[in-house]
Design a protein around this ligand. Sequence first.
Ligand SMILES: C[S@@+](CC[C@H](N)C(=O)[O-])C[C@H]1O[C@@H](n2cnc3c(N)ncnc32)[C@H](O)[C@@H]1O
Length: 218
Amino acid sequence: MIRSENLRGGYIQDDVEEYLYKLLPERDVVMGEMEAYAEMNRVPIIGPAVARLLALLVQVSGAKRIFEMGSAIGYSTIWLARAAGPKGKIFYTDGDPANAHRAQVYFRMAGVAKRIEVKIGNALELVKKAPGKFDMIFNDVDKHQYPEALRAALPKLRRGGLFITDNTIWSGKAARPAADDDKNTKGVQEFNRLVYASKELYPVLIPLRDGVTICRKL
Ligand SMILES: C[S@@+](CC[C@H](N)C(=O)[O-])C[C@H]1O[C@@H](n2cnc3c(N)ncnc32)[C@H](O)[C@@H]1O
């Protein structure tokens, strides 16, 4: 199987999703190793299909200062850093020091360590404290925090900048009534409502893998 189980969108027909992943070019050794580690250890990475979208958005927008909220082992961070090039500055954040430690090993292997500043702690607090504004903010924290993540990040995004959020279809659950105790689905649903109601943002939800929402700050 080309598309591993941890990258299953959960709402797209299996054969269609497999087809999409079969089209993707092979990744290099480092990314291949990270994908295998994520699959074996159930680390929820964005995977290569969404990673290519992120990289494309960095390239077409020319984003250099990028803040990532929820970076885990640094898979998406490396895609962002490579797309931004040697002048890029990427802020990695994660609450788990073990993730950060592993990520730093991969950053060195991928040759992008100098472009990445590693911050351990709550990404919602770290983004508020970070110096200056950002060209792009990528949000992939715990889903119940999405509305708060949006409120924390938006003042730190420059006008014209991109706020990108993963998992906005949430295996299809975003489209269905949430159980009372399902705070993650409720967080995603509230986030989707907020961005489409915002006068500050121009959002598009792309049903790629688990859903990716791209917002331009007006
Ligand atoms: C979905 S994973 C990130 C995957 C990563 N973006 C990638 O695609 O390679 C979410 C990560 O965010 C971290 N996390 C969740 N909420 C957080 C928060 N408020 N602050 C910092 N890290 C957080 C978790 O520890 C977890 O490693």
